[in-house]
Design a protein around this ligand. Structure first.
Ligand code: SF4
Length: 176
């Protein structure tokens, strides 16, 4: 309610709350891969030392990087991220999944090739609508939240744009 708008591609405060601010002072392992996007290919590394000061941030792009020593000896006590499957291709991922994983996620068996939050603002409209069709309870919960959000906006004297109902907000949100 504090934000008075649902999370969008440009305002991903959900990710910030749920993922990015966790694990302070810890070493975090992720499933980020270069094959997922051009941005990841150019900015993410096998090892990352996160620092507020961009100049001090360290990203190792491959195993032979000179800075690898830092990772092996774990000299840095700040936030660190390792991306152990950074260079796996899609085929390698599926091959590993098919041959090594004992437990299967049923969503992969009904055509999903990525599994994340239902209705994620980073996904396209078509995919999001399909998710809400498969999991209607989540749509209901979003509508309820949007209804509360509209009341909250009104109470704060904020302009409710063209939103008259929770459905209007939902339509705007999935089209963003
Ligand atoms: S909905 Fe998308 S952007 Fe938000 S936390 Fe989930 S993955 Fe991140």
């Amino acid at each position: 309610m504090k934000k008075t708008v649902p999370p969008t591609r440009l305002m991903r405060y959900c990710c910030e709350k749920l993922k990015e601010n966790n694990g302070k002072e810890c070493m975090v392992a992720t499933g980020v891969r270069w094959g997922e996007s051009y941005k990841r290919k150019t900015t993410r590394g096998i090892y990352e030392d996160v620092n507020r000061n961009k100049e001090k941030k360290i990203v190792l792009l491959n195993d032979n990087d000179d800075k690898r020593r830092l990772f092996e000896r774990c000299e840095i006590k700040a936030n660190t991220i390792i991306n152990p499957i950074i260079d796996f291709t899609d085929d390698e991922i599926w091959d590993y999944y098919d041959n090594e994983c004992k437990y299967r996620n049923p969503l992969y068996d009904i055509g999903f090739n990525r599994v994340g939050c239902i209705g994620c603002a980073m996904a396209g409209r078509k995919g999001r609508l399909r998710e809400f069709e498969l999991f209607p309870k989540y749509k209901e919960l979003y509508l309820r939240a949007f209804d509360r959000m509209l009341k909250h906006r009104e109470a704060r004297g904020l302009d409710n744009r063209n939103w008259h109902t929770a459905e209007d907000v939902f339509e705007w949100w999935v089209s963003k």
